[in-house]
Ligand binder design. Structure first.
Ligand code: FAD
Ligand code: PYC
Length: 417
């Protein structure tokens, strides 16, 4: 497992701040871009970076209503894994994983990708059957994945209550050793800095309020800050706001927006050097390099746009985490927050053309899109540059909801829906 010194962390924080200042001032926008990317989260910034770097398309603007990385990218619990059940999803997430493995070098920016392994716990016989099936499918796809029994889980996480009489007995787990965590704001800033250096315009505090559409084709976007900005193609990567943008373009997406919450504790000495997830009891936990316990919940069951979430959900999660880790019962919470995730009926993303020509959408990542940031940006950039969907994106067309060819990943979503 990669570890960082205190001095290294301070140096990194100073560099982050310098880079933040550097990208903060908006450039003067051009009137016409080859491609406009709406949404300056990780996926939008990665898309812009790969457009410039791999496809030579530098006349690109990223239009962001708030600040870069201030949406779900800066609100997630940073778990990266690729152990999905179905081939379509497994190929996409493993593509992303391979890019993660070289990302710090590629961006020349330490995104603190730490492959400390992820456990998905099983608490019932059916959980264990599902785990066995998913691990077999992963291995057939060349993805590192193992089934562990209770004793092996206990060896990996000595502080967890793996006793037979615990409230949620642990029968075993799936284990992906190459999985892990990364520093989410560094991912946004790393991509932003690299895209900026290649000539991409990053326009912050610039909300898209309408689409400019003529004769069935998108011509640009309307913003409050800069008026109309024109482009040959527009890619929308706005996560929980995708339904709002689709409405501007005159169509509906099969998405629901839900709050998803997380919290961090006060920093404590190192006690947990892997990631533990339990879909069954609705909670997961890791420990950041700063020492905070990073804890997340299942989605709030109601729809909403409030970036905070409801108390019963987080209370339920903490009850479950404390049952699993009685040692955490005296640790104090430091901060709690929510993000707005856009969930599709099959718990898979939409990376797609739309009924409007030259308008593309990348959304529906729901509770699990941080891990996909690299791969999503990579395939979306190729699709926008060529005007044709990348082969890895094809199964995730929005038109699958007409054909019925869904890719159901509820079981591997890792977070309770
Ligand atoms: P965002 O980062 O949300 O970016 C979209 C951007 O679009 C925002 O910055 C927003 O301001 C902007 N925008 C919206 N409307 C407009 C407009 N009209 N004009 C201009 N800009 C606009 N995934 C994992 O893989 N692992 C995890 O551990 C994990 N944990 C999570 C925990 C929580 C609490 C949450 C909320 C999510 C978690 N996720 C996780 C999911 C993950 O965060 C998201 O799937 C991912 O970050 C989506 O990235 P994005 O770039 O598409 O969206
Ligand atoms: O998809 O692995 C995941 C995840 C973990 C926490 C939230 N999403």
């Amino acid at each position: 497992m990669q570890r960082y010194s205190a001095l290294g962390l301070v140096t990194q924080a100073v560099r982050h701040n310098e880079n933040w200042q550097r990208v903060w001032r908006n450039p003067t926008p051009k009137k016409h871009y080859d491609i406009i990317v709406v949404g300056g989260g990780g996926h939008g910034l990665a898309t812009a970076y790969y457009l410039a770097k791999l496809h030579g398309v530098t006349n690109v603007a990223v239009v962001e209503k708030g600040y870069l990385g201030g949406g779900n990218t800066g609100r997630n619990t940073t778990i990266v894994r690729s152990n999905y059940l179905w081939d379509e999803a497994a190929h996409l997430y493993e593509h992303a994983m391979k890019l993660w493995e070289g990302l710090s070098q590629d961006l020349n920016y330490n995104v603190m990708f730490s492959q400390r392994g992820v456990l998905n716990l099983g608490h019932t016989l059916q959980d264990m059957r599902d785990i066995q099936r998913r691990v077999n499918a992963n291995r057939l796809n060349g993805i590192d994945s193992e089934v562990l029994d209770t004793k092996q889980v206990q060896e990996l996480v000595p502080i967890m209550d793996c006793s037979a009489n615990s409230r949620y007995p642990i029968l075993g787990a799936s284990w992906q050793p190459r999985a892990g965590v990364a520093r989410h704001d560094a991912v946004a800033w790393g991509y932003a800095r690299a895209a900026d250096a290649l000539g991409v315009d990053l326009l912050q505090q610039t909300e898209v309020v309408d689409m400019i559409i003529e004769e069935g084709a998108v011509k640009g976007v309307r913003t409050e800050r800069y008026g109309d900005l024109y482009a040959d193609r527009v890619g929308c990567v706005v996560a929980g706001n995708s339904g709002v943008l689709a409405k501007m373009a005159g169509f509906k997406l099969p998405l629901e927006s839900h709050p998803l919450q997380a919290l961090v504790s006060q920093p404590i000495k190192p006690v947990l050097d892997t990631v533990v997830m339990s879909n069954h009891v609705h909670g997961y936990v890791s420990q950041s390099d700063k020492g905070d316990l990073v804890i997340g919940a299942g989605i709030d069951s109601y729809n909403g746009y409030g970036q905070r979430g409801s108390f019963p959900t987080i209370e339920h999660t903490l009850q479950a985490i404390i049952e699993l880790f009685p040692i955490f019962s005296r640790v104090r919470m430091n901060r709690q927050w929510g993000g707005i995730v856009d969930t599709c009926p099959d718990a898979c993303p939409i990376i797609s053309k739309t009924p409007v020509r030259n308008l593309f959408f990348n959304c529906g990542w729901g509770t699990g899109g941080f891990k996909a940031t690299t791969g999503s940006g990579h395939v979306f950039a190729a699709s926008l540059a060529k005007g044709e969907m990348h082969p890895l994106a094809e199964p995730f067309s929005m038109f699958r909801f007409h054909s019925g060819a869904l890719v159901d990943e509820h079981g591997a979503a890792g977070v309770a829906h």
